[in-house]
Ligand binder design. Structure first.
Ligand code: AHM
Ligand code: MG
Length: 337
């Protein structure tokens, strides 16, 4: 049986980077181990007393769930222990997380992550995910990382990916040479290569958005949603609405089947809801690598120069032709105003 594990695959790929010293390989190995530990906890969530709120409110004012906290602690500890990552920006921490260990300060990478995205789905046994984004540090090795290490445009990402804890657990990542997916085989405890060089269709039939917010959407988005719902068999409309409320799961499905995910600015979230550093940038990198696109409606997500750790942006991602069309709807409407 020709079974390629995540660690084996990354090692094989290391030769494509002549200057590689194995640091990134080690980093990804640690990430894979943390993912397995969180997978175990997520899959047991209904059995033990880890469901529900821990009573804290995170930096965005949202109720933190116990599993969010567990995932945050597990990933940060494991990544810092790799001694290749000198600091982490996490949805669950207002400040950058670093370590007093002098070896960790030597690490050449920083990571932005959402340790458990879609956490409102945990209590009801619906897919959640971990999203990560890796950059080379700009600050000097041997010191704590600086804010500028994390505020790099998405185009500077060395790697990005997610772990989806679904009917099976998968780790999907890119280093800018295609998108590869690994499914966890629990019987051997290994992520095994299952989806090599994933490509998204140029066009799809699925749109994903919280349509309950429709009344609060910008006019261009409303028009596009009406377009999705129109009866036009020649262009395979009406499209299908699918919305899990877990970005990783909605994106994963749309990447495989073709579709568009839309979380625009609304009255209650005037800058959008999703966070640029650890939700939008990594998903945008994966999308482009699979042949899709990611935009705010006005600009390419990966070109944005971030201003703060927990910055939010309006986010549109998916099949290239669908994103292009929605951008046209948005820009035409805004030019009428
Ligand atoms: P979270 O990081 O607090 O879980 O929030 C992010 C999630 C995304 O996964 C999901 O697509 C979106 O928020 C759902 O928001 P809403 O419930 O407003 O539709
Ligand atoms: Mg999130």
């Amino acid at each position: 049986m020709n079974l390629i594990t995540l660690s084996e695959f990354i090692l094989q790929r290391q030769v494509e980077y002549p200057k590689a010293k194995g640091e990134f390989t080690r980093l990804m190995h640690h990430l894979g181990v943390a993912a397995k530990i969180v997978h175990k906890k997520v899959s047991k969530a209904g059995l033990v007393d880890i469901l529900g709120s821990i009573g804290n409110i995170n930096v965005q004012g949202e109720d933190q769930k116990k599993l969010d906290v567990f995932a945050h602690e597990e990933f940060t500890e494991m990544m810092l222990a790799s001694e290749e990552c000198c600091g982490i920006a996490s949805e669950e921490s207002e400040q950058i997380v670093c370590s007093p260990n002098p070896h960790t300060k030597e690490g050449g990478y920083v990571i932005c992550m959402d340790p458990l995205d879609g956490s409102s789905n945990i209590d009801v046994n619906v897919s959640v995910g971990t999203i990560f984004s890796i950059y080379r540090r700009l600050s000097r090795r041997g010191e704590n990382p600086a804010l500028e290490d994390f505020l790099q445009p998405g185009d500077e990402q060395v790697a990005a990916g997610y772990i989806i804890y679904g009917s099976s657990t998968m780790l999907v990542y890119t280093t800018g040479k295609g998108v590869h997916g690994f499914t966890l085989d629990p019987s051997i405890g290994e992520f095994c290569l299952s989806n090599m060089d994933m490509k998204t269709p140029k066009k799809g039939k699925i749109y994903s958005t919280n349509q309950g917010n429709f009344a609060h959407y910008p006019e261009g988005i409303k028009e596009y949603i009406r377009y999705c719902q129109e009866d036009d068999p020649a262009s395979k409309r009406p499209y299908t609405l699918r919305y899990i409320g877990s970005l990783v799961a909605d994106f994963h499905r749309n990447m495989l089947k073709g579709g568009i995910y839309i979380y625009p600015e609304t009255v209650s979230n005037p800058n959008g809801k999703l966070r640029l550093l650890y939700e939008c940038n990594p998903i945008a990198f994966l999308s482009e690598q699979s042949g899709g696109k990611a935009s705010t409606g006005y600009e390419r997500v990966l070109s944005i120069k971030p201003l703060e750790l927990h910055q939010r942006i309006p986010f549109i991602v998916g099949s290239a032709e669908m994103v292009d069309m929605l951008e046209k709807f948005i820009q035409e409407k805004s030019s009428i105003k």
